[in-house]
Design a protein around this ligand. Sequence first.
Ligand SMILES: Cc1cc2nc3c(=O)[nH]c(=O)nc-3n(C[C@H](O)[C@H](O)[C@H](O)COP(=O)(O)O)c2cc1C
Length: 329
Amino acid sequence: MDRGLPDDSTVKAALALAVRAPSVHNAQPWRWRIGGRSIHLYLDYARTLTATDPDQRDLVLSCGTALHHLRIAFAALGWSAVVHRLPNPADPNHLAAVELVRHRPTSLDVALNAAISRRQTDRRHYSSWPIPHGYLGLVAERAATLGAIVTRASDRPREVLAETIRTAAARHTRDLEYHFELPNWSGRHSSDDAVPARNAFRVRQRDELPAREFAAPASADGAHEPDYAELLVISTSADDRLSRLRAGEAISAVLLTATNIGLAACLLTEPLELADLRRRVRHEVLDDLAQPQAILRVGWLPTSALSLPITPRRSVADVLDPFESAAAS
Ligand SMILES: Cc1cc2nc3c(=O)[nH]c(=O)nc-3n(C[C@H](O)[C@H](O)[C@H](O)COP(=O)(O)O)c2cc1C
C-alpha cells in the first residue's frame, strides 16, 4: 500500500524516536493518538510550566521538535509524512495530523535519523576551535526549509544576547514562583519527566553565558576553560501558534544537523520567557525584522570531554492515548 498507516511496530518505532526530542525542562508536553489513517499530535496542557513559560511558547516549540523527530524517523523507515498543522480550529491543542506515504529513504534521512539517538543537550563549555561558515550555512539552510531564520550573533548583538541571558538568570534566581516550579521538573529525585541532577551544572557568577540553573545540580561546573560557544538565534516572521510549532520543527532540524556534523549544542530560552528581554532581543539583535523563538549555544566539545548520561524519557505507552484512537482518524 502506498498511502495509509504502516504496521504497528513501525509506528511504535517512529514514536520511540519522536519522544527523544528535546523539550523545555524535559517536560515532554506531547500526547499522541493513532487514528485509522493518520497520527495526531496534541499539546498536553497538563504539563504547562506556568512560571517558567507563561505564554506556552516553549511548550509549543517542544512539540514542534517532536513532530520533526517523528517525520525524520518515518522517513528513515521508508514513509514520508504529509503534515497538517493545527488541523482543528476548534482545538488549538491539536497541533498536527500526520499522514504517511511510501518513500525511499535518502542518505540525509538516514543521517538525521541516526543523529536522534546521539543528540543531547550539552551545557558544558565549548572549545575555541572555530565553526566553519559552511557548517553554520548548512544549519541555517535546513531551518529555512521549515520557515525559520538562523542568525549568528557576533559583536554587539552577541553582547546584547549575553546581557539578556545574564539578566534573565539573575531575575529567575529571585523569582519565587519560578523556583517553586523548578524542583518539580529537575533535581536529584527527578524521574523520566525532568532534567536529572547529573545533567545540570552549577552556574558560576563569572560565566558570560550562564546555563539555566536547575534544581540540585550534580556537578560543580561544566569546564575549567573559558566558553567559546557561538550564539545562534532562531526566529520566525510571525509569532502565532503555527509559527511556534514550525520554529520547533526548525530547532529539531538545526539540532540534528549540528549533531550530525559533530557539534555540541544547548538551547537557552530564559531571556525569551521574559517579555521585556524578548523585546530587547527582537529590537537589538534582530532589528525588529523577526520574532525570536530560541537561542542556541553551539560549538565543539574539548577532546577530553567525557560522555554525558542520557536524560530519560517517558515511554511511548505513557504518551499514547489508546482509548481516543477511534475518535481521531
Ligand atoms: C523549547 C526548549 C527550551 C529549552 N530551554 C533550555 C534552557 O533555557 N536551558 C537549558 O539548559 N536547556 C534548555 N532546553 C533543553 C532541555 O532542558 C532538554 O532538551 C531536556 O532536558 C532533555 O534533555 P536532552 O536534550 O539532553 O535530551 C530547552 C529545550 C527546548 C525544546
